[in-house]
Write a protein that binds this ligand. Structure first.
Ligand code: PMP
Length: 312
């Protein structure tokens, strides 16, 4: 499963991965001035097809993140999707799920901390990928002692490479203390999100998630999940600030994101969430989500972009 990619899109063409190299002087490497994405493609065995999930939404966000960093490229979500399809066909991934990493970065090799007057470039690679949090039945979570970066420091709505040092601090402390993940508070003490996933909880039949003004990444899975909860499960979804201790009295809680998909939070700081086992809302949502991403929900097929020409 740990197999890496064989190719990358780099400096305008698809090259063997060994040739996709940058200088140690690269601005993005020194100063964290890159904008990236994380996209998944899922194999559908019945159709012998690899479906990319919501790629245009992901590329739009990557381009918006790049815009925050004053990077302007002659690319559109559509042109990036065409490159991705080309790349996945070149890799010829079949029978496996894939994780895709688009990255727009300041490619200038100059010393100088700034955003303006620098060159940028777009690269992308894709590799086989399974689960992100090992225990999909439920995760044990702690509140991080770190705070989420604030919009007035590094905008969290952008997926900016340098900002992921914050996520790395959060994730490492949680992992070294024996937890699967961490919940992070914003500067007002409200729940923001996990180290790399959005947060939801269920209280008395209402599903609640923090607003985009709590320094979250505006997750595409978050948007997807809100739609599934409302339209497929008929549940009310509230977007509002969440206090730390609300989680301790919640009936259910979960993380969602492209990497993590949908994972129940069954314990927070040694307190069980609800029964301490995955609850019915999360269980049903997971089922829907996994059917959706594999192209098994006809109503949402426009989100599933096929890589190969159809056999039919
Ligand atoms: N928050 C953070 C900090 C993330 O890195 C991610 C993963 N991209 C998410 C949330 C989830 O976003 P998405 O559903 O778009 O993958």
């Amino acid at each position: 499963m740990a197999q890496g990619p064989s190719y990358a899109y780099f400096q305008g063409r698809i090259v063997p991965i060994e040739e996709a190299k940058v200088s140690v002087m690269t601005h993005a490497l020194n100063y964290g001035t890159g904008a990236f994405g994380g996209v998944r493609a899922y194999w559908n065995d019945d159709e012998q097809q690899l479906f990319i999930f919501r790629p245009l939404d992901h590329f739009k966000r990557v381009l918006n993140s790049a815009k925050l960093l004053m990077m302007d490229l002659p690319h559109t979500p559509e042109s990036m999707l065409a490159i991705l399809i080309d790349l996945l066909r070149t890799e010829n991934y079949r029978g496996i799920d894939v994780y895709i990493r688009p990255l727009i970065y300041k490619s200038s090799t100059v010393i100088g901390v700034r955003l303006h007057d620098l060159e940028c470039d777009f690269t992308m690679f894709a590799q086989p990928f399974g689960s992100y949090i090992p225990n999909e039945e439920g995760s044990r979570v702690t509140f991080s002692a770190w705070r989420r970066i604030d919009d007035n420091m590094i905008p969290a709505r952008g997926k900016i490479t340098g900002a992921y040092a914050n996520s790395a601090f959060i994730k490492t402390d949680a992992a070294l203390n024996g937890f699967d993940e961490a919940l992070v508070l914003d500067h007002n003490g409200h729940i923001s999100e996990g180290s790399a996933e959005n947060f939801f909880m269920v209280r008395d039949g209402v599903v609640i998630t923090p607003p985009v003004t709590t320094n979250i990444l505006e997750g595409i899975t978050r948007r997807t999940v809100i739609q599934l909860l409302r339209d497929e499960m008929g549940l009310p979804v509230e977007v509002r600030d969440i206090d730390r201790t609300e989680v301790f009295v919640a009936d259910e809680a979960f993380f969602c994101g492209t990497g993590v998909q949908v994972v129940a939070i069954t314990e927070v700081d040694h307190r069980p969430v609800g029964t301490g086992k995955m609850g019915p809302v999360v269980r049903q949502l997971r089922q829907l989500y996994f059917d959706l991403v594999r192209g098994k929900l006809p109503r949402y097929r426009e989100w599933n972009v096929p890589v190969y020409d159809s056999q039919a």
